[in-house]
Design a protein around this ligand. Structure first.
Ligand code: B12
Length: 213
């Protein structure tokens, strides 16, 4: 039953069926499935399949955007049911997609998971100019700045942003993520942390602020 519902969620994200996705999200809640599990093992898994299918030439851009819509619709149903974790004093995370890059589906997933874990997320959106990250880090006294990039052409601005944050807001930790990034590259860029997906992002963020990883 549980597996069937999670598979239903995944399949309806892949097929971009908003109505079905909402239906399965409601079914998940009725069946007592944890909202976090439904998002990660239902919705996010669906988006991973979509990315793979795109790479293989089995799906095209308009279909991918339908899948994202379906995923967002399910997330709207599930979000209020995420168990808000307490991490003591709310920690601030400034999050955004770097300059020149409009891929924000992954960043939005990271935001949702971070909020569910008790972080206060200041979302700067996508195609964010370098100075906007730095200004927000200083203004907000951010504990962490999370930078997302999905393209090899856009990720190259990350070291510039990180360097400037270290200069103007030395206590702020930085973490990076997105398809072309890797732990090695994150180190080269001077980031304090890297995560390959949204649930890892939460673990890494907690370890950066000295919480339980
Ligand atoms: C969807 C998509 C689009 C959509 C974006 C819609 C949107 N609002 O996001 C649209 C159609 C608009 C688009 C446009 C383009 N795209 Co595109 N797109 C994709 C695609 C198919 C899927 C990306 C996605 O959403 N994946 C699903 C999410 C859930 O996964 P994710 O983003 O990786 O996020 C997870 C992790 O990476 C991590 N994470 C992400 N961010 C962060 C941040 C932090 C701090 C942390 C810790 C973790 C973390 O956690 C996330 C959740 O688990 C990828 C292919 C791929 N395999 O990735 C190409 C891809 C990224 N696109 C590509 C390209 C080239 C483009 C275009 C230039 C195409 C064009 N010629 O116009 C434009 C770029 C426009 C621009 N200036 O940005 C290339 C990039 C190649 C490169 N140079 O590296 C890819 C890889 C496809 C390819 N193989 O050619 N694209």
């Amino acid at each position: 039953m549980k597996d069937e519902i999670l598979r239903g969620l995944t399949d309806s994200v892949v097929s971009g069926d908003v109505e079905k996705c909402v239906e399965y999200a409601k079914k998940a809640l009725e069946a007592g499935i944890d909202a976090y599990q439904a998002i990660m093992e239902g919705c996010a898994r669906g988006m991973s399949i979509v990315s793979e299918k795109y790479e293989k030439g089995e799906m095209y851009v308009p279909e991918i955007l339908c899948s994202a819509e379906a995923m967002y619709a399910a997330m709207d149903v599930l979000r209020p049911h995420l168990k808000a974790e307490s991490i003591g004093t709310p920690r601030k995370v400034v999050l955004g997609v770097v300059r020149g890059d409009i891929h924000d589906i992954g960043k939005n997933l990271v935001k949702l998971m971070m909020e569910a874990a008790g972080f206060q997320v200041i979302d700067l959106g996508r195609d964010v100019p370098n100075e906007k990250f730095v200004d927000a880090a200083v203004r907000e006294g951010a504990d962490i700045v999370g930078l997302s990039a999905l393209m090899t052409t856009s990720m190259v601005v990350m070291p510039e942003v990180i360097k400037e944050i270290k200069k103007r807001s030395p206590k702020t930790m930085t973490m990076v993520g997105g398809g072309p990034l890797s732990p090695e590259l994150a180190k080269v860029y001077g980031a304090d942390g890297y995560a390959k997906d949204a649930s890892q992002a939460v673990k890494v963020a907690k370890s950066l602020i000295g919480g339980v990883a």
